[in-house]
Design a protein around this ligand. Sequence first.
Ligand SMILES: Cc1cc2nc3c(=O)[nH]c(=O)nc-3n(C[C@H](O)[C@H](O)[C@H](O)COP(=O)(O)O)c2cc1C
Length: 201
Amino acid sequence: MTRRFLFLLGSSRPDGNTELLARRAAEQLPEDVEQRWISLAEHPLPEFEDLRHDSDHVRPTDGNAALLLDATLDATDIVIASPLYWYSLSTPTKRYLDHWSGWLRTPGLDFKATLAGRTLWGVTALAHEEQVVADPLIGSLRNSAAYMGMRFGGVLLGNGSRPGDVLRDTDALARAKTFFGQEPVQARFPYEEEAAARLTR
Ligand SMILES: Cc1cc2nc3c(=O)[nH]c(=O)nc-3n(C[C@H](O)[C@H](O)[C@H](O)COP(=O)(O)O)c2cc1C
């Protein structure tokens, strides 16, 4: 099956470090892999409204919600390219994931069944030198993938504050070269990993 990568740019500025790093990693994708890039700042989603227990969601038919929903359903691989903001996902990225909760309950979409088995990836830039501070962002993406029955490809991390800084992070650029070549594994919640580790002990 042809793989179709959807890159969702979640920075609040254009041409930032996260996008630069994501583009470096994407350069390594084979030619027959489709790439679609969508900036969430240029295609803002409406504020998420939690209607789960009030009424049926209806499928959006126009605007950015329809664009992003269709792009999501069409992708075999979804790449969340979010800078690290307050140790977690940026607001546009988080709002996009919040909309998944609505799409999960939209009749006729089969959102969860469609995404199951597909892959979620992350790319993030952060100013902090110690990468461990990005654990909340990594956990958000990994647990979200586990909840959806998706595979998780991991998060490519790069260091930088001003736009362009990440291009001096040679370790990140080296990781970018092989990042999408990794075989993504079925995402599991941490407690599932722990239970599996206990069984093999
Ligand atoms: C609102 C905001 C919150 C931030 N929070 C963090 C943070 O928690 N940890 C960190 O290391 N850097 C933080 N930064 C710095 C950015 O992660 C860093 O500048 C990054 O390169 C931005 O990515 P971009 O160039 O793709 O926009 C923050 C920046 C902003 C604007």
